[in-house]
Design a protein around this ligand. Sequence first.
Ligand code: WT7
Length: 639
Amino acid sequence: MAKWVVREGNVFWPSEEMKKVANISNSDVYEEADKNPVSFWEEKARELKWFKEWEKPYEENLPYFKWFIGGKINMSYNCLDVHLKDKGDKPAIIWEPEPPHGEARIITYNELYKEVNKFSNVLKKLGVKKGDRVGIYLPMIPEVQMAMLACARIGAIHTVVFSAFSPDSLRHRLNDSGAKILITSDGYYRRGKEITLKDKADEGIKDTGIEKVIVVRRTGSNVNMADGRDFYLDELMKDAEEYCEPEKMESNDTLFLLYTSGTTGKPKGVIHDTGGYAVQAYLTTKWIFDLKDDDIFWCTADIGWVTGHTYSCYGPLLCGGTMLVYEGSPDYPDPGVWWKLIEKHKVTIFYTSPTAIRMFERTGESWMKKYDLSSLRLLGSVGEPIGEEAWMWYFENVGGGRCPIVDTWWQTETGGILISSLPGIGPIIPTFAGKSFPGVRMAVVDESGNELGDEKPGYLVQKSPFAPGMLRGVYGNPEKYKKTYWEKYKTMYDTSDGAYIKNGLIKIEGRTDDVMKVAGHRLSTAELEDTITLHENVVECAVVPRPDEIKGEAPVAFVILRGKEREGLKEDIIKLVERKISPIAKPAEIYFVDDLPKTRSGKIMRRILRNLISGKELGDITTLVNPESVEKIKEKLKL
Ligand code: WT7
């Protein structure tokens, strides 16, 4: 069996075989790209099909910048039309339902093209125009990729809302984006249960501008269909025209909005453009995942997250690849289901989260030993730091000690991967994400923006020219865009992550702001606090992350009550969070306290709470107005 990686102590290098076949194996690429990142990206952009080439490759007027100015391109055209001649009969999507609800579907490029064209015409007929926002609230069924591509084809801006989000979360996103159309489904299957998504959608569109709802039939169950407002997709598709001319988009036109949590307030709509994002999605898939014609690529991320957008949809399709899409969860009907699918479809490239890996580590190797995983040649990790133990476990048990692991760092805001090792070049060192991708300039700086030397921990930033896949703003809120990403360093993009560099490789240490990463999902402490204080018995509350063996972090709430503690109150608060945000945001623990540590200006010192529950040094508490609160909380925690 081919070995794709060789080990030298704690360092992993591509094998000779890997170097021979890899899409990129010449390490000069880093230096070459860094000499002139703009011409590097220009050259790569030419691998896509442009209706008209750009007049100017890059322009910066901070905090804004543009790529490929004047260039005309269409995302759906580059994902579909360009492949028809050579790859029409090649599977684009292999879809697997959660068992036992249905059969696998194999959708070729020809078929996907046909469906997307019709879907585009359906949207047009319902009045959707270039620049309009379209909400997509769908589970992992192929119609979700079709819906995104159909929007992209006609220049409509999609905003996908994770299907496990609550109606309230959906409402906020629809109102903020001003969407008039929502695409959803009757329901879906999750861990053996039928989830009636349409009911949640009906609730979520109340008090929004949604005028029409397109319903994909997945379960076939009877759902409420409002006359004149709700339409089944299959019925609309019956009379749809077979061809839809792709809209010629200016490269900097918006492709999609994706809402993500920040330090304060409600989730914000991150704006991604068309051309720059496409180039970044394309090249990172080609070089980091080394995606080739005969590969079967599986990114396990849900489409509701940016990882799903870039690597369960656009990246693989831009490369003309084949991807697996799975409806279900990793542990149902048993923890063997993913490995069974890898064996069945001979998956070659597998991309998942450290949380999933730690979960499987806990359930034990026996589940994967039942299946033949020898088709795998490359593994990836994303979303949170992967510790050495989980890395080695993944390497040995999933990769059979043969496959390189690419630890990919990026954010909703960056659109595509910015830091990773390249599997044909190396080196790969467990727990280090790797180097900046060619043409990208990440750096570690101190508070004042001075670059730090080797092994000095600081703040991770990006230097000009900013990568083509980067966000171009926050929808309807330019102030927030400026404040969040550009206020601190002005001429550098602030990632809000801590990091250090050793031997040229970047080690990510985690968020430095009030954003948590729970099972790789991004949650804001502020949003949880705002939700918990909605409860009539809650006066004030502080939420902080606590280290968690499986999920990386878990939210813990410190709550000051109005009146006395009563039975069932904790459960009520947890239910409130579940209903208002999503089950993924549920606090792992709630402590009722009399007081919270505060500064003179009344700001809650979350750092102290965070250190308290993770057993770390408390640090300076002299700025507190109420240092005695710390002792009292310690008692509560029985420390
Ligand atoms: C935050 C962004 C981008 C895909 C999914 C997450 C953390 C991301 C890594 C990694 C350590 C990572 C950072 C980042 N993160 N990848 N390989 N190693 N940490 O997107 O929800 O926008 O979260 O995820 O803290 O800022 P996101």
